[in-house]
Design a protein around this ligand. Structure first.
Ligand code: PBG
Length: 330
């Protein structure tokens, strides 16, 4: 059906939107299952899964059931998982000593996953908060978070995760100098091929609330503003990334993602190494809550949200929606 031209327009951008085939042909950004990293929570026990109240359809699993979930994800084409242990209260202390126990929950879980599904990339979290009585990412002294003492523990934690078989360690703690120290520690222990995904631009964000519910890791006093970044700062993200790359980061990350798309873009322009974005627990919870109320179309919102992160420049996305998205992309 042609209609007579009323306006004399040389350019009509709508021409390339006319059919599905045309739209697909000129689509600039693609979301792929290869981009997805699936964060998972593991807890002690057997044959149990607990739904996280503020994260509907997201569970903490005991190791036996977690293995099924990982296999499920792998069968859907997901190549990587990020592991977070829920540490029993009695194993917590100020120095996070349980974090480098070779028989700790994270280490046992990594070994089991690597035995069952050796091809999936296992990324481990390096930070003290799940192991800390104070729920802080570092050792506490007189209400302060000690940097260098904490980094010593982080190195031990990273090495013990590498010993267990982690492919990539992911420091999420925001202590200064931890990437360089961890790189040296890994190399000295012979793990030259274990990568580092640095949570480089990690903001002091209210979007982490549901995650802290999941792990029971909320700070017992104060907040994390002396180590995580001020949400008002963009330039400082470049400083952090510059340091992390100089210290040996293989991948840099922005976290949270949705409220920080400008940061993702500027880091992508700054560096040629892969940029990851963490679609965090609060972002997940907001979509789930609105969808439960019937106020939004969950599937479409999820795809649009993750696409926006890729369009901003993210090469990789950590998302609790990973399985759901993998299914939709089939
Ligand atoms: C802590 C850590 C947090 C998250 C990942 N690692 C929370 C925090 O910094 O308090 C949040 C992830 C999410 O909200 O999905 N090292």
């Amino acid at each position: 059906m042609s209609s007579a031209s009323k306006l004399s327009l040389t350019r009509r951008p709508r021409r390339l939107r006319r059919t599905e085939a045309l739209r697909r042909m000129v689509q600039e950004t693609q979301l792929s299952v290869n981009d997805l990293i699936y964060p998972l929570f593991v807890m002690e026990g057997e044959n149990l899964q607990e739904e996280i109240p503020s994260m509907p359809e997201c569970y903490r699993y005991t190791l036996d059931l977690l293995l099924k979930e990982v296999a499920d994800a792998y069968n859907l084409g997901i190549n990587a998982i990020a592991l977070f242990p829920k540490v029993p209260e009695e194993k917590k202390d100020n120095k996070g000593t349980e974090s480098y126990n070779p028989e700790g929950l994270a280490q046992r879980t990594v070994r089991a996953i690597k035995k069952e599904i050796p091809d999936i990339t296992v990324i481990t979290d390096v930070a003290l908060d799940p192991f800390s009585t104070y729920g802080h990412d570092g050792i506490v002294e007189d209400g302060k978070i000690l940097n260098d003492e904490t980094v010593e523990v982080l190195v031990k934690m990273a090495v013990s995760q590498a010993e267990a078989g982690a492919d990539i360690v992911a420091p999420s703690d925001m202590m200064d100098g931890r990437i360089g120290a961890i790189r040296q520690g890994l190399d000295a222990a012979g793990f030259i091929d274990v990568g580092i995904l640095a949570y480089s631009a990690k903001y002091a964000s209210a979007y982490y609330g549901p995650f802290r519910d999941a792990l029971g890791s909320a700070p017992q006093f104060g907040d994390k503003q002396t180590y995580q970044m001020n949400p008002a700062n963009a330039q400082e993200a470049i400083t952090e990334v510059e340091l992390d790359i100089a210290e040996g980061a293989d991948i840099v990350m922005v976290k949270p993602a949705l409220a920080y798309l400008d940061i993702i873009r500027s880091l992508k322009e700054y560096t040629d190494i892969p940029v990851a974005a963490y679609n965090v627990s609060g972002e997940y919870a907001m979509i789930k809550a609105a969808a439960e109320k019937g106020w939004i179309d969950e599937k479409k919102i999820v795809l649009e949200t993750l696409l926006s992160m890729k369009r901003a420049g993210a090469d990789l996305i950590l998302t609790y929606f990973a399985k759901q998205v993998a299914l939709m992309l089939r």
